[in-house]
Design a binder for this molecule. Sequence first.
Ligand SMILES: Cc1ncc(COP(=O)(O)OP(=O)(O)O)c(N)n1
Ligand code: TZP
Ligand code: MG
Length: 214
Amino acid sequence: MIHTLHYISQHSTANGHIENISQACEAGCRWIQLRIKQETQEQVLPVAEAVKKICDSYGAALIINDYPAIAVAVGAAGVHVGKNDMTVKAARAVTGPDMIVGGTANTTEDILQHVADGASYVGVGPYRFTSTKQNLSPILGLEGYQRILQELRQQRISIPVIAIGGIQEEDIPALLETGVHGVAVSGLISGAADKSATVQRIYELVNRQTIWNH
Ligand SMILES: Cc1ncc(COP(=O)(O)OP(=O)(O)O)c(N)n1
Ligand SMILES: Cc1ncsc1CCOP(=O)(O)O
Ligand SMILES: [Mg+2]
């Protein structure tokens, strides 16, 4: 089952990612994506091994950003790949059929391709501008999600859509109303003064909507 709250790590150092993920787990996050940019696969591997142990101790699922081979090597739950990484099909060829493979999408066409390639979920964004990621695709806004989710329903396409990009707590109810399955956030939790309280409020928002939708 794809969770409704995805936490994406961010820090400038390897140890910072480990600390960052420990804190997110301690605050209650149970779906963690290790996202280290501007490091080699060799440098990311030991960090992935360390955070896998942390995630296991909290019963949290670990997704590795960009590197399917690392996801396989550390026994992570899955991998997330974007347009500049590789296709979902290529990632799936590395992970095999059972691992979670997520793909980034900015359009309905992107989503259809990921579905055809065997994606488990799609990360769709950005919702709004964010400084967490560089070279953003066109901003979708609420209208973008309304249009894309409607197109998916019209085409009878069913795949968990995870909204991402600059998402704040107050955005979540309206985003879920569009039909998205959940949200992926980084800055909202990384920068929170009280991470536990923030995570608890986000879970209440995403889970309340899940109950309404079913
Ligand atoms: C859940 C989720 N959605 C989208 C992304 C973005 O992935 P990508 O486009 O490959 O960009 P980077 O994160 O690698 O900079 C994501 N990581 N997670
Ligand atoms: C990885 C990624 N992909 C699109 S926006 C984004 C960053 C999400 O982080 P934040 O929640 O801090 O905007
Ligand atoms: Mg990527």
